[in-house]
Design a protein around this ligand. Sequence first.
Ligand code: SF4
Length: 91
Amino acid sequence: MAMSERPFDPLDRSWQDYANCLGVDPDLFFPERGASTREAKEVCRGCVVRDECLEFALANGEKFGIWGGMSERERRRIRRQRAVQRRSRTA
Ligand code: SF4
């Protein structure tokens, strides 16, 4: 079963063993404000645990850095979209 097919457990960090960014300078994923995120996103593009990484960041409210190939702004957009979807399902 592919990792992304398993139900996501926000406490499980075993996916990190498969991260494409292992050994890559962490500063790349936490660029200064206004600096390019292109290189970090390029590393994420080929990462097999991209979905797990993104869900981990969303579940843990990570406010900084590139997670799952997405910037803070992109993750905020996903959180807003999911909140809207949850509200529309309960309405
Ligand atoms: S998606 Fe990017 S930041 Fe997340 S584990 Fe993979 S390479 Fe690292």
